[in-house]
Design a protein around this ligand. Sequence first.
Ligand code: AMP
Length: 293
Amino acid sequence: MAISAENQQHEKASTEVSAGENKRWTLNDFDIGKPLGRGKFGHVYLAREKRSNHIVALKVLFKSQLQQSQVEHQLRREVEIQSHLRHPNILRLYGYFYDQKRVYLILEYAAKGELYKELQKCKYFSERRAATYVASLARALIYCHGKHVIHRDIKPENLLIGAQGELKIADFGWSVHTFNRRRTMCGTLDYLPPEMVESVEHDASVDIWSLGILCYEFLYGVPPFEAKEHSDTYRRIVQVDLKFPPKPIVSSAAKDLISQMLVKDSSERLPLHKLLEHPWIVQNAEPSGIYKY
Ligand code: AMP
């Protein structure tokens, strides 16, 4: 498949794929290409929508597995939320369809794959790269919060990279649409803020915390409260036991930003619009939001 040529047509084609919100898709609307990856509940394939020639990622989920793990409700919420979000740093969900055995999600194709793998490959990112990613995620989260959507599960595994090198939030499995303060346990421990570990009320500032953890992991290659035992991670989160190792060398401006995000009192965390004005972001982030590599 001529992916690069297709990507140049992205803007035009994406409007075509999403044209007619009420269109009922079927598998016959797509040519299926190579597998892109395997998730917990099914497979993801490169696919081409026949009418528009638009390249997408088709996620195929098995209903039996969704039922077994009792995540149908979560999937419904994820689809409902993600399909309404339009932001360059949020993976588009164009639509969905299903047959007797499977549910199919029509997703924007992220040509450069998983951020997690890039981080593993590089061990840690340069300050320029980390700042570019953190700024683009802050902009995406400002957009989400403006729509009363809290993501609640920001971590490297949930981020993909687009053809230009732009970051895309890809997984809204734990997100909520809310006007109230929430009290639900979710996500993996390393990225959870104190108020969620302790199951007290939380709000959109949980995403500021997770972005702070992510920023640390980008720069050091490991999350800040990592420990062998869950109970130790738990204790370190609750105590905000934040340490900056001597290697790799990280600027004091970056450490200052992280320290302002990883604050126990959620109302004292640096607001995302202020993050965008922080000297470390201003001096390091690519204004285009695109890190070329
Ligand atoms: P998931 O089920 O979402 O964990 O997806 C399984 C794997 O498929 C991921 O780890 C990615 O490598 C790949 N993948 C999922 N969605 C996309 C996408 N939209 N574009 C490119 N690759 C994807």
